[in-house]
Design a binder for this molecule. Sequence first.
Ligand code: ADP
Ligand code: MG
Ligand code: ZN
Length: 577
Amino acid sequence: MSKKRWGNRFFASCVMLAIAALFFAGLFTGVGRETAHVPYIEFLQNFENGLVEQVTISDSATLRFSLTGDDTLFTTTNPRNPGLTEELLRGGVDVVEGSGASGIVQIGVSLAFFAAGIFVVSKIMGKHSPSREMAFCVREAQESGGISCTFADVAGNREAKESVQDLVDFIKNPKKYSRLGARIPRGIIFYGAPGTGKTLLAKAVAGEGGVPFFSVSGSDFVQMYVGVGAKRIRELFKSARAKGQAVIFIDEIDALGKKRQGAATGGSDERDQTLNALLTEMSGFSSSEGIIVIAATNRLDTLDEALLRPGRFDRHVEVALPDIGARRAILEYHAANKPLADDISLDALARKTVYFSGAMLENLLNEAAILAAKSSSELISYACVDQAFMTILAGAAKTDRSHIHEQERRITAYHEAGHALVSRLVSPETIVSKVSIIPSTKGAGGFCMNLPPEKMYYTKRDLEAQIKIALAGRASEEIIFGAENITTGASNDIEKATKICKDYIAKYAMGKAHGLLNLEVFDAKSQMIDECGELLERLYSETMDDIRGSLTKLHAMTDELLAREVLEQEDVERLAA
Ligand code: ADP
Ligand code: MG
Ligand code: ZN
């Protein structure tokens, strides 16, 4: 028997075996089983009660699932919710990625594919063709050809736009930079609350540079077979390189690059492989190529440090919630194609939508337009906007800040104004570059950005001033709202003050009680604590006196902060003067 004939026979047996296997698999997994269609809500109830055993998710209109201890094959409407898979996996459900068809049809389709596969393989036997092999398992990264989105489509977000301006120039003309040996970051991370415009901004970078935009989402890589994710990443970079210049956007990078927690948990192997493939690809291209990788995440602090090292994602750009001016701009942008009635003032609306993200603002106007259309009116009236406002607030996730009480806003404003004012009073050389009552992603309700002077040595007075600035938020709260109403918002400030205080006493021997002793050398904790306590006490009461002496300024600064939400350096200097 010649080698060739033997090969053909081998294939024939393979095909026969496969047909038989698929047939039997079909018998046992679906065909012939009783089926029932149930409402989605019933599916959810079963899931919550822990009864769902296996779910087959596909792009089709229905989901198939089975219940523990029940032979019936259930179907329900597919909500096409991309988050569903993860939720099911977390709930311990076996999730199968299926094609949309069911039963016999599916078997038929599988057979056809199998036969086609055998045919192709036997045709190209001997010829190695990696791209074809890959075509079976790699879904093309979504490439949107001519992106027309530019910075003009991103309203507000001024700082974020400024910090990616040079990248646009680089993408357009990489040689200009590489010739001078300039190292442009290969990877940029946009971080900020959902809906703040991270995706939009990434698209705008591609649009401004006039280059293709490739996007994938980290969550697509969850629950993939080992090796597939890594392969997809390599394919993605290959396609981008083929275009010469490009922006590669990786949304939800945290799904890939979350901090490793203790021992490896199930499935992390695959994640690591995908992550490693990404890092390898990123270190593989030279800076003369005009390729930029932009990743987005809601929280920077949950990312694996490996991702943040130099040469990787080493530029971090916060895409913050919009302040009142930015909200006005975003509303105006999205209202451009919507006929608004005269009773709507965008200024008033911007004022009312504190803590709304760009996406929520867009949604607000859209919902209002839908309501207006339903009532067949020509214009969008204030009543529609108001009703939409309520709907959006009610639907907003508990984690977002739209519900923050007016009183909490006032507390935050007095707290931050306290820091800013005392900073001006006790250390004029400290620069207060920005004060804000818009929550940052780092979890604070607001912030006051201080840049203490850069010096070789700090004087005792400098250290005391820094401690007072740190304590000023709490002091302001106490003066305005009373000792019983001070809040937990000062915890970081107190930690900071205590640390400076400890060094003041123990390390620099600036205290009174222990002369020139370094208390750390003696490990004299209790003495240290006592004296620190006294020092903090004294500085806190001095800070209270400072603020009491300038109450008018504190009120003025707070009022302006409440009205504008953000104060710049000039504003602070003017209000504290
Ligand atoms: P993220 O990626 O940060 O979650 P997106 O970029 O997906 O947010 O924003 C969702 C939608 O919200 C955008 O398509 C746009 O309609 C609207 N949007 C968000 N921020 C802005 C903005 N600064 N200017 C205009 N529209 C915005
Ligand atoms: Mg997004
Ligand atoms: Zn504070």
